[in-house]
Design a protein around this ligand. Sequence first.
Ligand SMILES: Cc1cc2nc3c(=O)[nH]c(=O)nc-3n(C[C@H](O)[C@H](O)[C@H](O)COP(=O)(O)OP(=O)(O)OC[C@H]3O[C@@H](n4cnc5c(N)ncnc54)[C@H](O)[C@@H]3O)c2cc1C
Length: 483
Amino acid sequence: MHSDPATTTSRCLLLARIYPSPLLPSSQIAPSQRAFIPSAAWLTLSAAGMASEKHFKYIILGGGVSAGYAAREFAQQGVKPGELAIISKEAVAPYERPALSKGYLFPQNAARLPGFHVCVGSGGQRLLPEWYSETGIELILSTEIVKADLASKTLSSATGATFTYEILLIATGSSVIKLTDFGTQGADSNNILYLREIDDADKLVAAIQAKKGGKAVVVGGGYIGLELSAVLKINDLDVTMVFPEPWCMPRLFTADIAAFYEGYYTNKGVKIVKGTLAVGFDADANGDVTAVKLKDGTVLEADIVVVGVGGRPLTTLFKGQVAEEKGGIKTDAFFETSVPGVYAVGDVATFPLKMYNELRRVEHVDHSRKSAEQAVKAIKGKESGESVAEYDYLPYFYSRSFDLAWQFYGDNVGDAILFGDSDPSSAKPKFGSYWIKDGKVLGAFLEGGTADEVKAIAKVAKAQPPVADIEELKEGLQFASKI
Ligand SMILES: Cc1cc2nc3c(=O)[nH]c(=O)nc-3n(C[C@H](O)[C@H](O)[C@H](O)COP(=O)(O)OP(=O)(O)OC[C@H]3O[C@@H](n4cnc5c(N)ncnc54)[C@H](O)[C@@H]3O)c2cc1C
């Protein structure tokens, strides 16, 4: 039998308040946890061996972007105190992850928590750790789940605690692909860094400070590589980007679009080495990286190496227990998986993308927010008998670096038509691209647009207007304004 969540929580709280634990002095509890008494109380009790199982009606596994937006939606839908817990291996309450490769690394006025807790990234209320306690949502931080048994609805943590639930929301996101995974020689040297979580960003900040004016090599030419190269340059490091493809960000950019960014970065002093791979690293006697060896024989000196070569959705806990598709956990249009009562959102979900009548997995922050809200609406809708519309998502992705900002909507398939001023030396470059397939415009990209212009290209990607003469698209934003 499961214990009643509210009773267990209040009993824990009471005990923790009356008997401060000799095992866990408050100085040993992270500040973020100290701000939230219930999880500290839980840690105290589990360390003392007094309680090893907790039951919640709803558990969100993962404490990232989706988790935060799901919590807000649960609160809006009237979740009762003690019904919902978020379990996260991170030590802080959910925050807007994209800040880590942007403002968090600025040399001045850097973004720091609590400034970018969710939901500020979409212009919403900032959910501070206190918000969770005031709302009766239990934040169980610094807790990694190492086993999930969907049949018995039980999650087990690395420290042996168990959590049972009625409804589970999987929001575990992605992990970075490491060069050590491929056995790349020297890849375990010090100062070869990755970026996914706030702890990684802190390591990067420390390395930037320790290696002032030094040389940084960024391995990978995707959006993380581009954003990190820019911010390392802003920190006055000597930056070289290395990637094997013929141009940067090939999954989205055409050669024309990439030429602009590569030109702009070069003008800013970032060196770009294309068409080759990092195959090994040299280190000094302390184990600190000193050089990156490339496949073409080049050796680049390096004080810091940052690797951004992609991510993998974190689905391993559920292997064999739930249907998978395209590398993610397969869901319906309400983000329910093949196991009733188990939902998957954000980076891990492979869901029906209604507009394209296709199952897709999307690793973008906008989708993580919206999928989380949709899943919670569906969960609460099932309980109340209210119907919820199917998820109808328009893919949206953005990036910012230096003084640049681009947005993309839709699908980058078919022929691409460039418009506008894409000269990297222009004082105010503004350009874009449409993608056209089978006579319809399916995707739209814009660099340097105003809020209204961005809205206009989003409308194009959503409406998928037919175009008889491809020349029409060269009108650029004027074309969008007619839709
Ligand atoms: C540095 C960076 C910059 C980005 N910038 C952009 C951008 O500019 N634009 C854009 O569209 N997208 C961007 N993204 C992508 C976007 O942040 C992700 O798509 C989004 O965060 C996915 O949300 P999520 O909730 O699925 O996963 P996450 O936000 O990654 O959250 C997953 C959470 O689950 C926890 N977790 C995982 N496994 C366990 C476990 N076993 N036990 C307990 N906890 C666990 C993790 O610790 C983490 O807290 C960026 C991503 C990164 C890393």
